[in-house]
Design a binder for this molecule. Sequence first.
Ligand code: ATP
Ligand code: MG
Ligand code: MG
Length: 352
Amino acid sequence: LPRIVVAGNGQLGQMLQQAGAPMQLKVMPVEPNQDIEVALHADDVITVEVEHWPDTVTGLQLKNHPNFRNASALHAVIDRQRQKSLLDQLQVPTAPWVDLDSEASLTEKLESLGERAVVKRRRGGYDGRGQWRWQRGGEVEAEWAETCIAEAMIPFSHEVSLVGARNAKGEKVFYPLTRNWHENGILRASVAGLDVPQEQQDSAEEWLSRIMDDQNYIGVMAMECFVVDGQLLVNELAPRVHNSGHWTQEGATISQFELHLRALAELPLIKPEIKGVSVMYNLLGRTWKTEWLGIDGVHVHWYGKSLRPGRKVGHVNINRPTLAQLEESLKALKELVDDEDRIAFDWSLEQL
Ligand code: ATP
Ligand code: MG
Ligand code: MG
């Protein structure tokens, strides 16, 4: 088996490493933002957990390796202007948008989107950073607008995401749509294993297939969607394993991390089976308590990072065979988490 080298050494690389461990599949996360020559082998396969990094010695070494995967998809996704254009070109429905490249007619462009818009930096934003809400009559600053796109504010009923994988032969597999709750642009919780309308699942799979095929993509890709009147609109793509797929660690026979490794290492890609129902709850700037482990179906994933307010430092998967059992575990865990986090449990319970 080839060694899998991951650009980035955060929690995603760590979890890829964990997924490779039972097979002794070597996964080596590498910090790209450093000027050190790292020892890469010719047959290593390079993947990413971050979408961009500077042209450092290590950064260039990774990017220029002959087995660097998905350069084209990364190029397309890294910049929201290019990403939205790609989706338009592939006729995948997204929120109406405009490019705010020039100062001229800035207000006019924004007004063309309706009463409210979301202005997003073209590059570098994540967890809702680099975004502003705009309302008709609101101020527009030309200097920052230059590097942004704007999207119409979508009055969605909820958000879902599709996580899927494709291998070099073009075979593809998908998980069922996951329901996600974001607060201030950051994912708080996901629910998976609920009944999903078949038309939504089919459209989502069809679109993500089109995108992955177009890019000759290898590995796991995630597609975030808004649900409006029962119809899906794509929000954005993530060319990597994704936070909304973390529930698959306990909630599926093959996790998104293993699926990504299988696609990259040319191992059989088969459809993961779903085990019961799951909730994933993000630990944002909070520690966990050992007593949580006394609740059925609770699995703590702690990243070992230092604690800062709002920082993703871990997640908890709650997986149970039935809805009634999941409800029981959620209610029990809700009593043991910080007061500010009970809201994530209220949301999850409402979805069941
Ligand atoms: P991620 O951490 O997922 O990469 P991000 O910073 O790239 O997030 P987006 O996914 O674009 O940001 O937006 C974050 C959240 O903000 C969305 O999940 C959604 O809740 C809200 N949002 C973004 N765009 C819109 C929109 N056009 N209309 C309504 N809400 C939106
Ligand atoms: Mg994003
Ligand atoms: Mg997002």
